[in-house]
Design a binder for this molecule. Structure first.
Ligand code: SOE
Length: 397
């Protein structure tokens, strides 16, 4: 450990994302030379026993039962928001106005209005050297960071097609119990905002183009689900059984939409097809992206996350797609970990997110994605919902 200046972190929430972020705060300084030393100062959660247990298990120095304590305490420099979307705006705006940096999980908010307020607070705070970032961590998956590098180098030429699917299956069983992710008041939307937000952000980031309009449909296959006692994680605690009382699902189970991109710096905008679902039986976390350009194509599947497939028109006709194993020291982030071929996992994207955030803060530079980037994603989510509510009519973003 070096004696660099501390970055004292207060985290709100301690479930799946809280565990992933805690791992990242603990691990980043052990594999990367950081200009600031993250300290896990406090974790906040409403349940006193639960948050104290989480502090011990996840390595936090203290526990608070109210997120407002993270704002009040003068020994916290950054608030990390790992709670459901209905609390993001209140916590982020309060933290920024109190002069604390913010890392906020995706999606940024549960509405465009909230996202706009958060972005305004972030832009005002940035003028005071206080910065905010949204946690679209897939940008820090080495294979996707390599894809971004290749697109920027022009290896694909002009992007014509974006094909983006995020396939999970944890709701395929109609008796899988209710969870906060199925309650619009808590989560804002279902598959659309939870996993659709990832493919929207990643597609816009990779192409350098923004989605300008969509035509969409949303589907809720199972309108009611068993209420179970201990609702945590993705699908609650096991199958509550068909006889349990059932509650209304108020969000989408699946989102499907076509999109037109604005072209960014390129001449003509790309066109895209997007799908996000929790019913793709057998697909566990298959975030799949394919870009087709005039000079090449790239393909990625998170279920094979150390590989990037690349097709180059200049290759010989029988070359086909190359399978790039993204584990070489010259690949993004990889050289800090294991020897070539050993591979990285889901959690490494969160650690790389901390590394890039800490480096930006030390250089007093705006980290990315910004809240404005995340607001653009929120606008696409809203356009999808609007189109789906009006017979899939074309909806400008
Ligand atoms: C559930 O769909 C989930 O945990 C998302 O909420 C995360 O953002 C994604 O990284 C994995 O799947």
């Amino acid at each position: 450990m070096t004696d660099t200046q501390p970055l004292r972190v207060g985290m709100a929430g301690y479930a799946f994302m809280g565990a992933a972020h805690s791992h990242a705060w603990r691990t980043a300084p052990r594999f990367f030379d950081l200009p600031l030393q993250p300290q896990l100062t406090a974790v906040a959660g409403r349940n006193a026993d639960g948050v104290r247990a989480a502090a011990g298990k996840l390595g936090w120095e203290s526990a608070e039962t109210d997120w407002r304590r993270l704002i009040e305490r003068d020994d916290i420099d950054l608030v990390d928001i790992c709670t459901p979307g209905d609390t993001h705006a209140e916590i982020a705006v309060a933290a920024l106005e109190a002069g604390k940096h913010v890392l906020c999980e995706k999606p940024l908010a549960n509405s465009v209005d909230e996202a706009e307020r958060m972005t305004a607070a972030a832009e005002a705070a940035a003028k005071r050297g206080v910065f905010a970032m949204c946690g679209f961590s897939y940008r820090r998956t080495p294979a996707l960071a390599l894809a971004k590098r290749m697109v920027e180098e022009g290896r694909l030429g002009t992007i014509r097609h974006v094909r983006a699917h995020y396939l999970q299956d944890w709701l395929s069983d109609e008796n899988a119990p209710m969870t906060w992710r199925l309650d619009k008041g808590k989560s804002g939307s279902g598959s659309l905002g939870d996993i659709g937000a990832h493919i929207i952000d990643t597609a816009q980031w990779l192409t350098g183009q923004k989605i300008a309009g969509v035509s969409a449909l949303l589907e809720t296959f199972v309108p009611e689900r068993p209420l179970a006692g201990n609702l945590v994680g993705l699908g609650g605690q096991g199958d509550a059984g068909a006889e349990a009382p059932r509650g209304a699902v108020t969000v989408d189970d699946a989102a499907i939409f076509s999109a037109r991109f604005d072209g960014g710096a390129a001449s003509a905008g790309a066109v895209g097809v997007f799908e996000a679902t929790r019913y793709a039986l057998g697909r566990k976390n298959a975030m799949r992206l394919e870009l087709n350009g005039t000079k090449g194509s790239l393909a990625f599947d998170f279920e094979d996350m150390n590989v990037l497939s690349f097709y180059e028109a200049a290759d010989s006709p029988d070359a086909g797609f190359r399978r790039i194993l993204v584990t070489e020291p010259e690949h993004p982030y990889v050289g800090h970990w294991w020897p070539t071929g050993h591979g990285l996992g889901y959690e490494h994207g969160f650690t790389h997110q901390v590394v890039d955030l800490v480096n930006a803060l030390a250089q007093r530079r705006q980290p990315e994605p910004t809240f404005a980037d995340a607001l653009q994603v929120q606008r696409v989510l809203a356009a999808v919902e609007s189109s789906a509510a009006h017979s899939s009519q074309w909806q400008a973003v």
